[in-house]
Design a protein around this ligand. Structure first.
Ligand SMILES: [Zn+2]
Length: 274
């Protein structure tokens, strides 16, 4: 039986955690149905590695097809420099990029609420929105404790390219507002956590039509795959099947019923025709 085709819309499969066995994990992911994955950027100093990993994966066979989404992550705002934006623009010109990501606002840490750093987050977010408009690319949003601000900035800039609000953590009204702006919501292994009541309520309220799957590996390991022996179990793209199962259970549907829908949603969010 061929496995259900899945699209891992958010991975950090380029990071060091995977250097020892990336090839093996790529075969494993494809074998369970992960046909495609996106490699997502966060800091300039890793861009070269991100691009190398992307080309490396696409030279292998029987592995997921890799897509590239470079971007400057709000959590690492202290590290970003204006020249990083010029570098990002060069990458958008020279490489086939599917989206810009991950970008947005993150005020989880107290230090990031300081006016100066928050303003810097907003400036980098806006600059990358403008790049997305210039290159007609969707964006992959990282939002923590700043949904209203992100929405306001997107509206102010008349952003129409859409994309994915990754690892969505907002409430039902916020979810609907992002959907109205043309975004899909990224669902991680958090969906397998019975205590994630807010997320379950959001998913049930918006329905499968607006959802896509992601592992966010090496983080966000589904509950079932977490090892008690380890402080932190590394998440891998192959675990996307458990995210699908968790989502199906939450929606009271079968994985077979929802997999083709979330696949189509992924294509739509990423401006892919097939
Ligand atoms: Zn991420």
């Amino acid at each position: 039986m061929t496995p259900l085709a899945l699209f891992d819309t958010h991975t950090h499969f380029d990071v060091e955690d995977f250097d020892i066995d990336r090839e093996h994990l790529a075969y494993q992911a494809k074998a369970v149905g992960v046909e495609r994955l996106i490699l997502i950027g966060f800091v300039q100093e890793r861009f070269a590695n991100l691009i190398d990993t992307h080309h490396y994966l696409n030279r292998l066979i029987h592995t997921p097809q890799s897509y590239l989404a470079p971007g400057l992550h709000p959590f690492y705002i202290e590290q970003h420099q204006d020249s990083d934006l010029l570098n990002l623009e060069q990458i958008l010109k020279n490489e086939q990029c599917i989206a810009i990501g991950e970008i947005g606002l993150d005020t989880f840490l107290k230090q990031h609420k300081q006016p100066e750093l928050l303003q810097k987050q907003k400036d980098f977010f806006v600059a990358q929105i403008e790049l997305a408009q210039q290159f007609n690319k969707p964006i992959l949003l990282h939002i923590r404790k700043s949904h209203a601000d992100v929405l306001q900035i997107l509206k102010h800039h008349h952003f129409k390219q859409g994309g994915i609000a990754h690892a969505f953590s907002g409430g039902i009204e916020e979810a609907k507002a992002f959907i109205k702006m043309g975004f899909k919501l990224g669902i991680t292994g958090q969906i397998t956590n019975p205590n994630a009541k807010k997320l379950h309520a959001v998913v049930q309220a918006v329905g499968v039509e607006y959802l896509v799957l992601e592992t966010d590996c090496p983080d966000m390991t589904p509950l079932c795959c977490q090892s008690l022996q380890q402080h932190r179990t590394r998440n891998t793209p192959a675990n996307l099947t458990f995210v699908l199962q968790g989502l199906a259970a939450t929606l009271n549907r079968t994985p077979e019923q929802i997999a083709p829908i979330v696949w189509e949603n992924s294509l739509q969010a990423l401006h892919l025709s097939a």
